[in-house]
Design a protein around this ligand. Structure first.
Ligand SMILES: Cc1cc2nc3c(=O)[nH]c(=O)nc-3n(C[C@H](O)[C@H](O)[C@H](O)COP(=O)(O)OP(=O)(O)OC[C@H]3O[C@@H](n4cnc5c(N)ncnc54)[C@H](O)[C@@H]3O)c2cc1C
Length: 315
């Protein structure tokens, strides 16, 4: 699609994680023409997850990628168009314009469900080891370190899950925590922290990553004013802190962390713009919650589209 074509749909959903896929599905079920734009064709965080936890309806178990495939199938079956591209800018000229790496789409309503991400640049020395020992997915890359030592850093709610997966696949897991303990379910944490091959270092700040052509050899932490070198062939970053927000949104839509603020859990202060999932200020990092957010944003967008149509008919 060329940039001058600017194809129009009823609603654009940016982000194809569980929040975006759910929002797109519900909007399509309400009869709207919906395009879901995702830079990786959809799936989001689910693609880097092992066994899904805390999603009771799916017991006994399902892996993240399998749940992603089910959600994507449901969206396509409902009539959602999946558009693989990155949204590089959002503008409003009476209608929303989503500028993507593959042209521009227009719609009166947009749901932003772009999740959160880790900024590798915030970890000193880490960027040069991308693809050579640095990872953010235990279930994908853990097997590469069988019989070796790895380190895990971060403050993710789901840190215990990642550490548990790595402990089952590697020789030794060094967990480097800035505080005394991680957030998240403490029962799960107590279990993994007690494993024989899990070594927890608290009060540790990662200050460097060292290695060579063979990849990572050690990570350097600062603790009580002293530097410590921890041997590790793999470094797993488990920190989803930065909301992923496309360029172009007014700064006052965002809170101090960069997350999108809503007035009622779905609608932003701008007409036709909605937010769902991890990118929404005040969200909680659970799949069921992100899916519920998707439903709420879709219903709010649907009501907005219906009201706009009624206003233009009457006007
Ligand atoms: C390690 C880990 C394990 C977890 N395990 C569990 C668990 O077991 N159970 C549970 O309930 N929760 C778990 N969670 C939390 C859960 O994964 C998230 O809360 C949920 O997936 C958030 O969904 P989302 O749709 O908001 O965002 P995401 O899944 O992050 O999706 C956002 C999507 O938007 C896309 N995107 C971003 N910017 C753009 C752009 N500009 N243009 C186009 N596309 C864009 C991204 O590529 C991505 O596909 C875990 C989280 C982590 C980090």
């Amino acid at each position: 699609m060329s940039d001058t074509e600017q194809r129009r749909v009823d609603a654009i959903v940016v982000g194809g994680g569980i929040a975006g896929l759910t929002a797109a599905t519900v909007l399509a079920e309400h009869g709207y023409a919906v395009t879901m734009i995702d830079e990786y064709c959809g799936g989001g965080r689910l693609l880097t997850m092992g066994v899904v936890k805390a999603y009771p309806a799916l017991e006994p178990s399902i892996d993240g990628p399998d749940l992603a495939a089910r959600c994507l199938d449901a969206a396509l079956d409902a009539g959602v168009e999946a558009f693989p591209a990155r949204v590089v800018g959002l503008e409003f000229d009476g209608m929303w314009l989503a500028r993507t790496t593959d042209g521009t789409l227009r719609a009166p309503a947009v749901v932003l469900a772009t999740g959160r991400t880790m900024d590798v640049a915030t970890v000193p020395g880490a960027a040069e080891f991308v693809g050579r020992g640095l990872s953010h997915c235990a279930s994908c890359d853990g097997p590469l370190f069988a019989g070796q030592s790895v380190a895990v850093v971060g403050t993710s709610w789901w840190l215990a899950t990642e550490v548990g997966e790595l402990a089952a696949m590697t020789d030794r897991v060094n967990v480097l925590l800035p505080a005394q303990g991680p957030p998240g379910p403490q029962g799960a944490w107590a279990q993994v922290a007690g494993l024989a091959n899990v070594h927890v270092v608290t009060g540790a700040r990662l200050v460097g990553v060292e290695g060579g052509s063979q990849g990572i050899a050690t990570v350097v932490v600062e603790r009580d004013g002293e530097s410590e070198h921890v041997a590790a062939r793999g470094l797993f970053l488990c920190d989803d802190v930065m909301p992923s927000v496309p360029e172009g949104l007014p700064a006052d839509l965002l809170d101090e962390t960069g997350a999108i603020q809503t007035v009622d859990g779905a609608a932003t202060a701008m007409a036709g713009l909605f937010a769902a999932g991890d990118v929404r200020a005040g969200s909680v990092p659970y799949l069921v919650s992100a899916a519920a957010d998707g439903v709420r944003a879709a219903l709010a967008a649907s009501a907005f589209l219906a009201a706009s149509a009624a206003a233009s008919t009457n006007g």
